[in-house]
Design a protein around this ligand. Structure first.
Ligand code: ADP
Ligand code: MG
Length: 677
């Protein structure tokens, strides 16, 4: 369908055109795809079928006189009672004092609003005298920002559909339309705006949800394919028998999940394209072990490897554990910001001349003056903290190694395949045998004295504790003040034999390191910290994780914090200090105490908080969908992904039946500045 300007719709003059433009509607196409954000329909259901907290309509007869009370300056509350079936239902109406005169004893009225199942009560948004007509059409409600009147908008919409519906081309290939029983594009479009009934509306929505998800997944798959073609020749021919030998030397047997992930990674290394893979797994599930094997494989193909981590402390820990692992199998070097002067020069030279096999450093590593002789594999730890742009940075520096991103924050599959749509995903979803689960408790502030006694007892037995104070996103000043206050308070509470330490983001990196080192050496027994240091630190002797104001954290983040303990032989405890106000908050705390699987928690977090909140505001990286909801439409998302994969990898876009789809998507991609043909 051509891009007719909006003024070509009959009835749209200059003034209206301006209004439409304010809504972001410039073309007929924009208008036709400006979908209602909801629909209104007065459907009367039996009281027993009304659902708590949902918007409902009820119809009944007013009993007694409505009671009006005023409060504040202009605020009022009107309470009325309705006889509905066999029960009396209470209606509450705010700030509409005039309704008292309109609704009198004996009147039949329809109330629409939020239903409270427990109180048999409705908070009224709308009221209407008389009975509802059962054949009332479903009313679309558009988001019009008070720029246009609804009636006027609908009139123009109707006109546009009449005028241009004939030009709306089908873009989905026939086999999909048939096998999913989808309405055609033109028909579905009309239904979206002027639904005949709920059944047809449902199918229209279903169609556009699928269409939207398919187009999105097609783009992702096209990007992925292009990336693979662009990096042809990127093959690491590792020595499988040496790799197996290396695995034999590990002090443990790989779990099935580790084996599966490793196999997927090895296929990528050997394949003639660049690996772009996300490895997800709970803290302690053995991701680093898998990464180490991948790096060793790289070494056997005569290439170098690198590990990038978010903090220097973490870089050092990796350095230490890998050194013993690679003893006799490869050379390892540590390159952090604190390595300076002559030493740094030496290291850089060694990297450049391939005298070291593996370099470990912070993410800054790739932005600095480092040049690798022959970089084969990069492991990026904690994908969340590592911008997608850094992948590009590597490429821009002329390096196109196989890249494995690791994250201990499990991302629900639906988010993984949307926000990382062009990546492959491996999951380590089981723990090595013999791990004790961390006992998790949710307690309120009044338990604090007993908690501190408990911590003292653990310290007396030789163990250690973390105490986390929350991150206040708006201000890291307040944040740090909180940490300092808590630190002082705990110092006063515990006897002087119990050493309390403090860690926060404002400390100099040397200071941080010093504190961490002391904690690792059990010279500090109780470590007060902000979440800045949540990532990756390994102190197996710590058995208690106490989190203040736990309701402020996401489930995944709490889970991540919990993963700091339970790393040694002793039973460990995670204690969530929280007094959440709402039901959702309480539910979240409860889930934490009941679930120890990170993937399960992530799914639940997503259900409770929605995708926007899941990653936190700053870094959602999620595409915006117009009709689809990636949580609710999860199955459509999977279907669309599978379809997109077969369309792209079986080269079906060349098929004449796919011509409309191909030209549509090519146009969209080119509009976004990525050239495809
Ligand atoms: P992650 O990187 O996922 O947090 P690591 O690879 O650091 O996990 O493993 C955590 C600990 O478990 C390490 O001490 C490691 O040696 C050990 N480990 C890894 N894989 C296994 C396994 N299959 N069986 C037993 N222990 C393992
Ligand atoms: Mg490869």
């Amino acid at each position: 369908m051509g891009d007719h300007s909006i003024e070509q719709v009959k009835g749209v003059g200059e003034a209206l055109q301006k209004n439409f433009e304010e809504l972001g509607i410039y073309t007929v196409n924009d208008l036709l795809f400006y979908f209602p954000n909801r629909y209104e329909h007065y459907e009367i259901k039996p009281v027993s079928e009304l659902r708590h907290d949902e918007k409902v309509s009820i119809e009944g007869e007013v009993v007694g006189d409505p009671v009006l009370t005023f409060f504040g300056k202009k605020k009022s509350r009107l309470i009325l009672h309705l006889q509905v079936e066999e029960v009396i239902i209470k209606g509450i109406m705010f700030n509409r004092p005039f309704a008292k005169k309109q609704l009198q004893q004996g009147d039949t009225v329809t109330l629409t609003g939020k239903w409270d199942q427990h109180r048999l009560q409705i908070t009224v948004n709308q009221y209407k005298k008389g009975k509802v007509k059962q054949d009332d059409p479903i009313q679309p409600v558009y988001y019009l920002k008070n720029i246009l009147k609804s009636a006027q908008f609908k009139k123009i919409m109707m006109q546009a559909i009449d005028q241009f519906a004939g030009e709306i081309e089908e873009i989905l290939p026939n086999p999909y339309i048939e096998s999913y029983k989808l309405p055609t594009r033109a028909k579905a479009l009309r239904e979206m705006h002027f639904p005949s009934n709920f059944q047809t509306l449902k199918h229209a929505k279903r169609r556009f949800i699928y269409e939207e998800l398919l187009l999105f997944q097609l783009k992702m798959q096209l990007f992925r394919k292009r990336d693979r073609e662009r990096t042809k020749g990127n093959s690491q021919i590792y020595d499988a028998s040496q790799v197996n030998q290396f695995i034999e030397t590990l002090p443990f047997k790989l779990t099935d999940a580790q084996k599966r992930s490793l196999d997927e990674i090895l296929v990528d290394l050997r394949a003639p394209y660049r690996m772009n893979r996300l490895l997800q797994g709970d803290v302690g599930s053995g991701k680093t072990a898998v990464a180490a094997i991948a790096l060793f494989a790289s070494i056997t193909s005569k290439k170098q490897g690198a590990i990038m981590v978010p903090t220097e402390i973490l870089a050092e820990q990796h350095y230490e554990s890998l050194q013993s692992l690679f003893d006799g199998y490869g050379t390892i070097t540590l390159l952090t910001g604190s390595v300076k002067g002559k030493k740094r020069k030496e290291i850089l030279e060694k990297i450049k001349t391939h005298q070291v096999d593996i370099t470990i450093g912070t993410h800054a590593l790739i932005q600095e003056e480092v040049v690798f002789a022959n970089l084969g594999t990069v492991i990026v730890d904690e994908q969340h903290r590592f911008g997608v742009n850094q992948r590009k940075t590597l490429r821009d520096k002329g390096m196109d190694p196989d890249v494995l991103f690791m994250t201990a924050t499990p991302i629900p599959r639906t988010l993984a395949i949307t926000s990382y749509g062009d990546m492959d995903v491996s999951q380590i979803d089981e723990m090595p045998v013999g791990r004790k689960t961390v006992e998790t408790y949710w307690v309120k502030e009044n338990m604090l004295p007993r908690l501190l006694q408990f911590i003292q007892k653990e310290v007396d037995s030789g163990y250690q504790a973390y105490v986390i104070c929350p991150l206040i996103e708006e201000s890291d000043k307040i944040d740090i003040q909180n940490a300092v206050d808590l630190y002082n308070q705990l110092q006063n509470t515990f006897p002087s034999s119990t050493k309390v330490g403090l860690l926060h983001g404002r400390l100099h990196s040397d200071e941080k390191e010093d504190v961490m080192q002391q904690f690792a050496a059990n010279e500090i027994h109780v470590l007060v910290s902000t979440t800045v240091v949540e990532v990756g630190v390994n102190v197996p002797n710590a058995t208690v994780m106490l989190v203040y104001d736990a309701e402020r954290f996401g489930l995944s983040q709490l889970h991540q914090l919990r993963g700091r303990v339970g790393r040694g032989q002793a039973q460990s405890y995670c204690i969530l200090l929280a007094d959440p106000k709402g039901e959702v908050g309480k539910e979240r705390m409860k889930i934490m105490t009941e679930t120890s699987n990170g993937f399960e928690l992530a799914e639940q977090d997503l259900q409770l908080r929605g995708p926007g909140d899941f990653f936190g505001k700053k870094q959602s990286g999620l595409p915006e969908f117009k009709v689809a909801d990636i949580v609710q439409d999860y199955r459509a998302l999977e279907t669309a992904r599978n379809d997109a994969q077969s369309i792209v990898y079986q080269d079906r876009l060349k098929d004449p039946n796919y011509y409309a789809l191909k030209s549509y998507i090519t146009k969209e991609l080119n509009n976004n500045g990525s050239s495809f043909d």
